[in-house]
Design a protein around this ligand. Structure first.
Ligand SMILES: *Cc1c(COP(=O)(O)O)cnc(C)c1O
Ligand SMILES: [Zn+2]
Length: 407
């Protein structure tokens, strides 16, 4: 049994019954799930969580599902690594990496999709679909395989090969669209009306987005039931960023943690930074951009949750930073060479953003800081090809000595 009572419009606050809808009938505002927190409260405790499964489903009572038969490929419960080597380089004594690149389909998207596909089964759909910047396609395809459902994943045609392979392997229908992610997304919002499919980030979006809250819960649990002083988070639609914040606050309101004084820092790549542009201009209005960035997983020019992400920056006294394109790969290398973690371009954005925040004194040396690494580097190999330069030798000791300089 779950604790969702209705869907509510974030614009006009009108409530609708629970169903596969994401837009308000009256004002076209986005819908979000409403929980009965008082009914939920008795079942939420540190002890109950500790007794739960070692996946994101240890927080099931806080997620918008009813069934016990969740569609689970073991997302979540990923490592929180104390990053002393990287911390030393950046002058940070309490730096942690939330390594969500080791999820089953190698990105944090498994968290949102596990909720969305579970809900799709509850609603009786036999087909799941999505508009994807890459990682979502892989995760939807993997969960569809697990659930025995059909899948259609829509991607921009210029996606990295690792992302296309990482989705195709699970056997979905892969549709590559000549256009940007925003074109793909617009197409999918038209298809929603014609096909009775669960589009995880369109008609299932109110449920889907809630999966990201587990990245707040889990970090607080792993820090010993505390929210950090700072988080550094990558932004595409902005949903992940706002839901980490929501997760910390639900834990606070339910008495699981004692305080939330977290400053939330959002990072995007300069070639697609509509949310940061608005932040820097002091504007509450997001002006869409045409993406031109190496960080394709973050290449959403018209972010659905952009204005809510701005609000989260403001409420938390956080900040936003657009990472220069040439620093994205530098961030990838820095994390790999200091901590042995190979992340994709989104992680390069986060690490370069973190470096900037440390160097400019926004993050103080003794403050507990969590950098969210959301995707795996093996999926964006094109981005780092210039770093691949093995020493090629003949199979002889002489050749080894000559070429490597080991006398
Ligand atoms: C999708 C994605 C994000 C951003 O998620 P939003 O909720 O759309 O902001 C961040 N990192 C990676 C690797 C992603 O695939
Ligand atoms: Zn409304």
């Amino acid at each position: 049994m779950g604790y969702v009572t209705s869907l509510k419009c974030r614009g006009c606050s009108r409530e609708t019954e629970i169903g596969p809808y994401n837009v308000c009938d009256y004002c076209f505002g986005p819908l979000e799930v409403v929980y009965d927190y008082e009914a939920m409260r008795p079942s939420i405790s540190r002890e109950a969580i500790l007794n739960g499964p070692r996946t994101m489903w240890r927080y099931k009572d806080l997620l918008p599902v009813e069934t016990d038969q969740v569609v689970d490929i073991s997302a979540g419960y990923t490592p929180l690594v104390k990053a002393d080597n990287l911390g030393r380089k950046l002058g940070l004594e309490q730096l942690y990496i939330k390594n969500d690149s080791v999820n089953p389909s190698f990105s944090f998207k498994d968290r949102v999709v596990s909720v969305a596909v579970t809900k799709a089964v509850e609603f009786g759909f036999d087909t799941v679909a999505c508009a994807s910047t890459g990682n979502l396609a892989g995760s939807v395809a993997a969960h569809a395989a697990r659930a025995g459902m059909k899948a259609y994943v829509f991607i921009p045609a210029d996606l990295e090969k690792g992302k296309v392979v990482g989705a195709s392997i699970y056997g979905p229908n892969v549709v590559a669209v000549r256009g940007t992610y925003d074109d793909v997304n617009r197409l999918c919002s038209e298809l929603v009306d014609s096909y009775h499919w669960a589009f995880v980030n369109t008609n299932m979006r109110p449920f889907y987005a809630e999966g990201s809250k587990t990245l707040g819960y889990e970090v607080a649990e792993q820090l010993g039931w505390k929210a950090p002083d700072h988080t550094v988070v990558p932004g595409a639609s902005g949903a992940l960023f706002t839901k980490i914040w929501k997760g910390f606050h639900e834990f606070l309101d339910l008495g699981v943690i004692g305080a939330v004084n977290t400053k939330m820092h959002l990072t995007q790549a300069a070639g697609c930074s509509p949310i940061i542009n608005a932040y820097s201009a002091g504007s509450a209005f997001i002006k869409p951009v045409k993406p031109n960035t190496i960080a394709k997983s973050l290449a959403i020019g018209n972010p659905a949750d952009g204005s809510y992400a701005l609000r989260t920056i403001e409420e938390s006294s956080g900040s936003g930073y657009a990472v220069p394109e040439e620093n994205v790969v530098k961030g990838i290398s820095l994390l790999a060479e200091t901590e042995g973690i190979f992340t994709e371009t989104a992680g390069g954005v986060v690490i370069s953003g973190l470096k900037h925040l440390a160097e400019t004194g926004v993050i103080k040396p003794d403050e507990v800081t969590v950098a969210y690494i959301t995707g795996n580097g093996l999926k964006t190999q094109e981005a780092v090809e210039e770093l691949v330069n093995p020493m090629i030798i003949d199979p002889t000791i002489e050749s080894f000595r000559q070429v490597t300089g080991n006398i």
